[in-house]
Design a protein around this ligand. Sequence first.
Ligand code: MN
Length: 404
Amino acid sequence: MLPQTWVPVPEGSDFPITNLPYGVFRGTNGRRIGVAIGEHVLDLAGVVERGLLDGPSKALRTATLNDFMASGRPQWTRVRERITELLTDESCRGNVEPLLVRQDAVSMCLPFDVADYVDFYSSKHHATNVGKIFRPDAEALLPNWTHLPVGYHGRAGTVVVSGTDIVRPCGQRKAPADETPAYGPSTRLDIEAEVGFVVGVPTLLGERVSTVDFADHVFGVILVNDWSARDIQAWEYVPLGPFLGKSFATSVSPWVVPLAALAEARVAGPRQDPAPLDYLLDAAPWALDLALAVEWNGTVVSRPPFASMYWTPGQQLAHLTVNGASLRTGDLYASGTVSGSAKEERGSFLELSWGGTEPVALAGGVTRTFLEDGDTVTLRAGAPGLDGTRIGFGEVTGTVLPAR
Ligand code: MN
């Protein structure tokens, strides 16, 4: 039975009562932890100050989600249940309504201090497309790809919140036809539409997290734009993987959607052939049915389906820790570019323009291959929620500024 909230929530809002994502907003009282409901933010620090919530009260009165994320799944569940009660019980309205702030009256901050950042490469369609474009004379998929979730360590310190401008990176690049490399602004600046998983509960060095323990460690889900300078990347990535072509900026959405809000979005896991090794198996394999949208200067150019990923979030976490590497609160791992089988489902402009050879049409007769200065890219996503509601993720947006 869908609980009814006394807060007015517009039809089609990303933030119905069944979502309740966490974020950090800056309003008249500085940086505070809040929860999105419709067009408002519920000031959670204010809820604690009014004595309306016991439990991890200190953790909810800080400027990041880290302490609350570290408090563990039983606390996450209790706080979510209490917030639902406060926003649905008419008798709470008098105490709680003064703690609602309009979202358009506040600015959103990075919701958590990012500990480590890992990016996977888990869409078979994406990996195949990139293989064909970067290595046209070789097998598109390298031999390890179907046996393990390939990934690399990104740069945690340059993860930025939605709305942060992206300065075009400079670097060393060499096209295949060039005799020698040159230095300058990237001319093949791109995006990658991805889904990110935020770790709450850490582990000790030497411990592993099995696929079934995923929900005891992962706090929630965000959207990620892994900005990528393809010319820098193509020259530098052999043999150790992406480096400066990725590390200049990674944008994330400001709202962390709790796993509990995505229970209805779970679908059967992907068919995997060959069968993965035991440590990557899940008793009940699952994927998440998130529908992404990529908007380029206001034109939706792609709708990548997250359910089409080959490796699942649980397998990624199991792989990330199988060597005993410890998890820290605030670790972020992203799925890798989400690309479906169809052309209009590709999650990067490298693929949409097929290496720059097939221009992408935007509104007003404009075409593009890679990003130009002043371009804005916005990612959105939605998932099925409880009782026919839609769980939205807000947006992650960024505008390209000229190189310095
Ligand atoms: Mn990526």
